[in-house]
Design a protein around this ligand. Structure first.
Ligand code: HXC
Length: 511
């Protein structure tokens, strides 16, 4: 019979062995590929000493292909809970050194266990993905494991924030768990995501494409919009996750943590009076406005490289998290198109689900015309943004800095679709369309002096905020330099807003 000392020693040995994952040689290969191990990543993600591991001794139950003699404790995923800035999070990290981090039945069950705990206890779930996909030796059991995770991701959606980092391969159906989560982080050069890899692409479509071109971080951050963030390496990506978490509440019943700032709430910025050019065709950077008004000029941008005609992200005002949605006049004149509508709509829905007030900054010439947009379904995609704003019940504040033309005026969180406070600068132009276009339709054929005179007349009549203010569609016209103070006042005034949508199973957003 073993003594207690021997039992404790055995436990320690087993525990150490489990922490070795697939062994030193595979770990070396992982490092050589520019990637960290699952445990190294967890150490970076959580506050020191806070990680508690579950299911360390779990092994797979497969016997096919000699697998009964090939087992590693933990079975290719490290899971448990820990703290980020003192706040509880749940996590799992796929361990590529064990069967390529591939998903077995037991491996899936570990992920499911922590996800269920996250939902029950109301804290975010973070998945660090690095996997060769379905555990080939397990066949349908692995597919079942994936589907169980997808089902749970869907149930958890809107209950707790779900965050995915792609830190290695993520291919085939495996992409759909990250895709169902709220935010995807990728690492330049060492991570990729695709439904079918380059070889299959070649055989089906005869296209030659590399893994990186097909599904690397740059592709998904600039072209597809699948990912939200891109970092140089694992460590930078994980630091960015910590940063994002600092802006988010732990669950849908909670509010975001408040981070006190010494930045005065009534700080004025005279430079803002010069930001918006008088010439409506001249661009300016809406991020200059955002940086000027948020606490300590700190803005955490989401999907920075995708659909840059729309800027989304988080900042704090008087210490509280705010979601910003802003047309970007510096890029395609801030026009609304398919990609920018989808980008903003998903962001608005996340903020609404997690009690984050929205500030919308408007300078939009309208929807982008053309066959590419119409054939691509700009009608239904633009409707997504309309729907998202209309459905959102969090405090919603809008500021029109310059152009608010046509349908885009309505869509960009106008009073009519439920904004609580609507501001405009004296430079705002709220009209059906720009003066030149309007005159061309109303008085076709006008030329020379007569044309200039009519355009001026239209500009004087409509290209200002006063018609809308007369109707009460704009609550207050404000000077640019007082923007921060005015927005903070509005946020404070709406802080206890309580509004419910009509009872229903769920709405039918135009997908
Ligand atoms: C079991 C796997 C595995 C898998 C890799 N390994 N993928 N074991 N099931 N899916 C093992 C390898 O046998 C190897 O074991 C170790 O992991 C490392 O793999 P390498 O190939 O040596 O690494 P690397 O050269 O870096 O290549 C990584 C890779 C490649 C590109 C991911 O391993 C690969 O192509 N794997 C198969 C990918 C795949 O087809 N998966 C199924 C996709 S379909 P040893 O013992 O040598 O270290 C899918 C469907 C999901 O996932 C459906 C959900 C609905």
């Amino acid at each position: 019979m073993m003594t207690n000392e021997e039992k404790y020693k055995l436990f320690e040995e087993k525990s150490k062995q489990a922490e070795m994952g697939g062994g030193a040689a595979r770990l070396e290969k992982q490092h050589a590929a520019g990637r960290l191990s699952a445990r190294e990543r967890i150490d970076l993600l959580v506050d020191p000493g806070t990680f508690v591991e579950f299911d360390k001794f779990v092994v797979h139950r497969t016997t096919n292909f000699g697998m009964d003699k090939n087992k590693f404790m933990g079975d290719g995923v490290v899971s448990g809970y820990g703290k980020v800035d003192g706040r509880l999070i749940y996590l799992y990290a796929q361990d590529f050194t064990v069967f390529g981090g591939s998903l077995s039945r037991t491996n899936a069950d570990k992920i499911i266990k922590v996800t269920k705990l996250a939902m029950k206890n109301g804290s975010p779930i973070i998945g660090l993905n690095d996997s060769g996909g379905a555990r080939i030796q397990e066949g349908v059991q692995s597919l079942a494991g994936y589907a169980d995770i997808f089902w749970l991701n869907t149930k958890a959606s809107g209950v707790v924030p779900q965050i995915s980092a792609i830190l290695g391969p993520c291919a085939g159906g495996a992409v759909y768990s990250p895709a169902l989560t709220d935010f995807i982080f990728m690492v330049k050069d060492t991570s990729y995501m695709f439904v079918t890899g380059p070889d299959v692409v070649k055989s089906v479509t005869n296209e030659d494409v590399t893994k990186k071109e097909l599904g690397g971080a740059v592709t998904h951050n600039t072209k597809s919009g699948v990912a939200h963030f891109m970092a140089e390496d694992d460590a930078a990506s994980i630091m960015s996750i910590r940063e994002l978490l600092s802006f988010l509440p732990s669950n849908n019943m909670d509010s975001a943590p408040r981070k006190k700032s010494s930045d005065p709430i009534d700080r004025i910025d005279k430079k803002l009076d010069q930001l918006v050019p008088a010439d409506p065709n001249k661009p300016y950077d809406i991020k200059d406005l955002i940086h000027s008004i948020v606490d300590d000029s700190y803005f955490y941008e989401v999907q920075e490289h995708y659909a840059q005609n729309m800027v989304i992200g988080y900042g704090r005002m008087d210490g509280k998290t705010v979601g910003f949605v802003a047309n970007q006049p510096a890029f395609y004149a801030g026009v609304l198109d398919i990609e920018s509508s989808i980008k903003a709509a998903r962001f608005v829905r996340f903020c609404d689900a997690f009690n984050i007030p929205l500030i919308t900054l408007v300078d939009v010439p309208g929807f982008l015309p053309g066959t590419v947009q119409e054939y691509g379904g700009i009608i239904k995609h633009g409707a997504k943004l309309l729907y998202a704003f209309a459905e959102a019940t969090v405090p919603k504040i809008t500021l029109i800095t310059r152009k608010a033309y046509g349908g885009a005026y309505d869509v960009m969180n106008s009073k009519h679709i439920g904004a609580d406070v609507n501001f405009a600068y004296p430079s705002a132009e709220i009209a059906v369309m720009g003066a030149a276009g309007a005159v061309n339709i109303l008085y076709r054929g006008l030329e020379g002096e007569e044309l200039t005179k009519t355009v001026d007349e239209y500009t004087d009549t409509f290209a200002n905020p006063y018609k809308a203010a007369e109707m009460g569609y704009i609550d207050e016209i404000i000077m640019p330099h007082e923007t921060r103070k005015k927005l903070i006042q509005a946020l404070e005034m709406t802080e206890n807003k309580s509004e419910q949508n009509p009872a229903k199973k769920h709405g039918n957003i135009p997908l």
